[in-house]
Design a protein around this ligand. Structure first.
Ligand SMILES: [Zn+2]
Length: 479
């Protein structure tokens, strides 16, 4: 390749005098070039002319073309230590000015958005979308939940300034996977300069197309490799942020989340869940653990920002006094236990210890459960109800259509168990069994239900907490 052949290739792609181009490149991928990097840079500058502008990013591993542009005497370098660019041409000053003063490195008032605003192009010369810095502009504009602030020292004419920029991108993302969306949009041209596959797209078009995709799915940039710790934790941040906007509190069963406390904590973090219902730990009922051991567990959870929604028991404890003392010693304010005929007596004991009880249905009809709860209410005895739709389905009921409505459970409920199952008692994927879980979640959301929704409370769920969190998110998205 010589300079004229490269110029011809650029013109064929659609570049002309006066254009602005942000170039990401690999000289080696072109093949042999007469005159090397200098010839390629000249080909760009001559194609764009004196009214055009060539811009290159000058951070990270610099390619030889980038170094060549930055080294030219007429190059202007932006004054931001993050996401720095160098530019040559008519709009170089305008594009580079005051980069460090922008709120975000890649967003509003950064060179990247100025290029878009001026009608500029992005050219990927022999490199893929993984090198495309304007992807970070899209992330910053969408204010994605996994982005974090970043700080650095800026050398200004007035001296050194400590500056923090918002919405700075994280580690791994799957930008390569976004190429298909850009191809499908019809806005991106693809050709070859020598052997270098070359993509050209208007910066504004790229931002609009990908912002559309990102507004439908905050995780659109992330890979779905379950072994990618970066993307797993970025997905968790998105999920945590979405749950913060809900009125209900999302919790998960400890047995679903793991066997040992550190494993439970790790899996809850990976899933973006900040609350746990203690049912089983190390395979044993949590309420039968020695007090000191359970106290240590609760402290470990609290130390890792995980709160406890309650201590759940598979049966009514034989020694209620002892159980209440255990909860008190551990700082657990709520017990979840099966509904029984002596509910009033148990509440009487619990109130004395300042501990709240919530009763779940197990092996009882909706009618029976409603009668007990109504009777407590009439006697002004305050108790919570944990509605277990899968358990009602196991009793042959239609949990939402029939049980929830006719029992008027809404006014007692402080928890909905998030599990699904068939009438035959088999566990099922959420909204694929007979628990009418989707209907229940939807109706509770309509009334700003502020109790717990607890993943796999009751523990007959298959899968693990990460899978169920994804299922639950999908269910919420479908409502
Ligand atoms: Zn990844």
């Amino acid at each position: 390749m010589n300079k004229d052949e490269i110029k011809q290739g650029l013109r064929t792609l659609g570049l002309k005098q006066g254009d602005i181009v942000l170039l990401h490149s690999s000289l080696a991928s072109i093949g042999n070039v007469e005159g090397g990097a200098e010839a390629v840079v000249d080909a760009f500058l001559e194609t764009l002319g004196t009214t055009g502008t060539l811009v290159v990013p000058v951070f990270g591993d610099l390619g030889i073309l980038t170094v060549t542009v930055k080294g030219r005497p007429d190059a202007v370098v932006s004054d931001c230590p993050k996401g720095t660019v160098a530019a040559i041409g008519a709009d170089a000053q305008k594009i580079c000015a005051d980069h460090w003063k922008a709120d975000t490195v890649h967003g509003e008032n950064s060179p990247y958005l100025k290029i878009a605003g001026l009608g500029g192009h992005i050219c990927l010369l022999g490199v893929d979308q993984d090198r495309n810095t304007t992807m970070h502009s899209v992330e910053a504009l969408l204010q994605l939940a996994y982005l974090n602030p970043v700080s650095d020292i800026v050398k200004t004419p007035e001296g050194e300034v400590q500056k923090t920029w918002k919405y700075y991108p994280g580690p791994h993302r799957d930008f390569i996977g976004l190429d298909k969306i850009l191809r499908a949009s019809g806005k991106m041209k693809t050709g070859k300069i020598g052997n270098a596959v070359t993509r050209l797209i208007k910066s504004q078009d790229l931002i609009e197309v990908l912002a559309g995709a990102g507004s439908l799915d905050q995780a659109f940039c992330l890979c779905d490799n379950p072994e990618c710790a970066d993307c797993v934790s970025q997905r968790a941040a998105i999920f945590r942020d979405a749950m913060k906007k809900e009125d209900f509190n999302l919790a998960a069963s400890s047995a679903l989340s793991g066997r040992y406390v550190p494993e439970i904590i790790d899996n809850l973090h990976r899933s973006g869940i900040g609350c746990v219902e203690l049912d089983f730990i190390e395979g044993k009922p949590a309420h039968l653990m020695p007090s000191e051991k359970l106290q240590t567990a609760v402290r470990e959870f609290a130390g890792k920002n995980i709160s406890v929604s309650g201590l759940r028991m598979p049966g009514v404890p034989a020694d209620m006094e002892k159980t209440l003392q255990l909860a008190k010693d551990c700082g657990i304010a709520r017990l979840v236990l099966p509904l029984c005929a002596d509910a009033a007596g148990l509440i009487g004991q619990a109130v004395a210890e300042n501990i709240k009880l919530s009763f779940y249905n197990r092996g009882v009809s909706g009618e029976y459960a409603a009668t007990i709860m109504k009777n407590l209410a009439e006697r002004k005895i305050s108790a919570g109800f944990t509605f277990s739709p899968a358990e009602f389905a196991r009793c042959g009921e239609m949990p939402f259509l029939n049980t929830y409505r006719s029992g008027k459970f809404g006014k007692y409920m402080d928890q909905l168990d998030i599990e699904d199952g068939t009438f035959a008692g088999m566990p099922a994927v959420l909204a694929r069994g007979n628990a009418e879980i989707k209907e229940l979640v939807s109706i509770l959301r309509c009334s700003s239900f502020s109790g717990y929704m607890t993943l796999a409370a009751g523990n007959r769920n298959h899968g693990n907490v990460a899978e169920l969190a994804v299922e639950f998110r999908k269910l919420l998205d479908e409502i």
